[in-house]
Design a protein around this ligand. Structure first.
Ligand code: SF4
Ligand code: SF4
Length: 402
């Protein structure tokens, strides 16, 4: 396939250290002061105490002062609709489970083709298969699983139910599968463009939900063929989805921290299934993203809290790449009361999939000399500065007039 290369375009400059999910900002924002997890974590990381208190403030405020009357009840209910629906798919018996005793004989090439067809039938727009690098497996469980006792927004931990057999917070994660099937699900740009907003939350959660279901279904399909498989999605990741997708050739790691694809830019959500089903692997790709991001700073310039670096790549756990300040990003989301998504929208690669935009993406990948001009052209045509669009009419239907 065009653009395929032997090695991913991120630069490995040292040993690849595995990441602890307890160190992600989404785990740390839930360290409410005085909880056993918080005390244990900050005994190990006193340097993070102050920033984590700020991260936890948004959850703490909702506990201390739950809003009695929502400001926008019709649209605030979106969160439960989309993100809340994913909770049952996080259960251990959804992401993993018993493997059928009858093992179907498979040919790796044929099986890869079938898995890709299946993934597309389940809703994936892009699907690629790569080897699973053990360095991308989290060392420990950090995000708590969701159970019936949760109040889903924010995700408050209310205890482990009787009989629960899955991984709990702090448990080591071991996944030794050979392959990872990465799937990308596009978001509706017209909704993401309203962000930070409840509409962007709706679209993000909607796509996370359908992609989580597809990953769970694909995992179940593979186990029914007699091979181990584990789904990884929003509510239950065991691996770092971005480098896993990059290794499979879905795209390249970009300045904004997402995997940038030729087809969808950065405007999609990622899930994957790891497995030992014999499969033929795809190769990584070089789309010219490293060079393009050197010349284009649009996401960095438009990021309200300046979480995206304007400067050079740095070494992060053995990989040289742009390092997004996830703390600044999440603090900004908290201050807005909704997810942002501006970097996904402004990226020149995130465009509707029209013939014209596909042609421009083709030029960007194949003609390095065109890239500086294309970044300028994107500013001229779409504007250099992000302006949110109003919510669509249907999102205002039924609301009281102002
Ligand atoms: S989501 Fe918003 S705040 Fe976060 S990195 Fe992107 S532009 Fe910046
Ligand atoms: S906006 Fe520009 S710099 Fe940022 S990820 Fe997209 S191409 Fe790279």
């Amino acid at each position: 396939m065009a653009h395929e290369v032997e090695q991913p375009t991120y630069e490995v400059v040292g040993p690849l250290d595995r990441f602890d999910e307890r160190d992600t900002v989404f785990a740390r924002e839930a360290y409410l002061p005085g909880t056993p997890e918080e005390i244990e974590y900050h005994a190990r990381h006193p340097e993070l105490l102050e920033i984590d208190r700020r991260l936890a403030r948004f959850i703490q405020q909702k506990i201390d002062n739950p809003p009695e009357v929502p400001q926008d009840p019709l649209n605030e209910a979106f969160y439960q609709t989309t993100f809340g629906s994913v909770a049952p798919l996080a259960q251990p018996d959804a992401v993993d489970g018993p493997v059928d005793s009858y093992k179907v004989k498979v040919d790796p090439e044929t099986m890869s083709r079938r898995i890709k067809v299946m993934a597309r039938r389940l809703g994936a727009y892009l699907v690629r298969i790569g080897p699973l690098n053990p360095a991308w497996v989290y060392t420990h469980r950090g995000i708590r699983p969701f159970f019936d006792g949760y109040r889903a927004n924010p995700p408050l931990f209310t205890g482990v139910p009787e009989g629960y057999q899955g991984l709990k917070y702090g448990d080591p994660i071991e996944i030794d599968h050979q392959y990872a099937i990465s799937m990308a699900f596009p978001q509706d740009l017209s909704l993401v463009r309203t962000g930070p907003s409840l509409m962007n939350d709706f679209e993000t959660g909607r796509v996370y939900a359908i992609s989580a279901l597809a990953a769970v279904q694909l995992g179940k399909y593979i186990r029914a063929l007699g091979y181990p498989a584990r789904a990884h999605h929003l509510r239950n990741y065991g691996v770092l989805a971005v480098p896993v997708a990059v290794d499979a050739g879905l795209g390249e790691i970009a300045r904004c921290g997402y995997a940038l694809t030729k087809e969808l830019g950065a405007n999609f959500r990622l899930v994957c299934v790891t497995t030992d089903l014999p499969l033929a692997v795809d190769r990584p790709v070089d789309l010219g993203v490293q060079d393009y991001c050197e010349k284009c700073l649009k996401c960095a310039d438009n990021c309200p809290p300046r979480a995206i670096p304007s400067g050079d790549r740095v070494v992060v756990r053995g990989v040289k790449r742009w390092n997004v300040d996830a703390e600044k990003c999440l603090l900004y989301w908290g201050s807005q009361g909704a997810a942002c998504g501006i970097c996904q929208v402004v990226c020149p690669w995130s465009k509707p999939r029209t013939l014209f935009h596909r042609f421009v993406a083709e030029i960007a990948t194949r003609v390095p000399q065109s890239r500086r001009l294309l970044t300028k052209a994107d500013d001229w045509v779409y504007g250099a500065t992000y302006k949110p669009r109003p919510a669509p009419d249907w999102a205002r239907l039924g609301q009281a007039p102002p």
